[in-house]
Design a protein around this ligand. Sequence first.
Ligand code: ZN
Length: 339
Amino acid sequence: MLETTVAGSLPKPAWLAEPEKLWAPWRLAGGELEQGMRDATLLWIKEQESAGIDILSGGEQHRVHFVHGFLEHVAGIDWEKKTKMGIRDNRYVVDVPTVTGPVSRKGHVHSEEARYSRAQTSKKLKFTLPGPMTICDTIAEAHYGRRADMAMAFADLLNQEARELEALGVDTIQFDEPAFNAFLGDTVEWGVDALNRACRGLKCTTAVHICYGYGIKANIDWKKTLGSEWRQYEEIFPSLNRSDVDQVSLECANSRVPLHLIGLLKDKDVLVGAIDVATEAVETPEQVAATLTAAMAHVDPARMFPCTNCGMAPLPRAAAVGKLKALGAGAALVRKTLK
Ligand code: ZN
């Protein structure tokens, strides 16, 4: 009961990439980089084990960015043809590469990484992939005509990749869809269909992570515009509850999401974010327990998985370690009350 897990990413050690920075370039190259990524993965698996986390992530130590780490292995993208795009509904403007032909995988994307992680632990293993809608919000479209059609094409590639990861012994495959909160109409119209397509035929546990983003300035400023109650989940949860995905990961710690909205996910497992990733301050186990207990009013503990609000990649390493321990200890406190 109350198996703990994390949203996905964890900080890169300083010897691997510049800390506390998204898109930080590698500090190693060639064979040293390969070894460094593996060592960092091992480090985080052991940190999670000692913190009492039950479903572990490799911490995304093999990718510079959670979307581009996949796209680098996809054909049909012109990386030289940069298009200015206001991503996450114009929350930030960036130069993004452009899809100029039919997309296909150049080969296995994450197999080596998953095989390595799987061999390091006997605990359950989660692997994260970017969701099809979030991919389409991070890349420009100049081939398919409609973003929804491009999303379906990416969903097929993600499905191929997910089936390979499942065959390697990954227990949970999670698709990260922060874009779901930014494009509510599109999410209901085609985002969930694309997610279902990415999950097609998978027998392992499937999850979708929907959040309000990393604790970076653009996201913190955006959150200030959302008012005193964040009700984005209210529009998308009914269609997610009807979707094929098994689990929904959402943010609850220090969030203005009304917790009763969790009640809209009555047929899903709920990964309750009880760790705030927008602050370096480490929660006490009691604070974590309080967030979990409040969520339990709206979700049966049998369907509840204590988790982090989002990835912890931009945090200092020590803060992330502290937060993992707080999550493990906070969940243990709540478990005691359930006996
Ligand atoms: Zn997130």
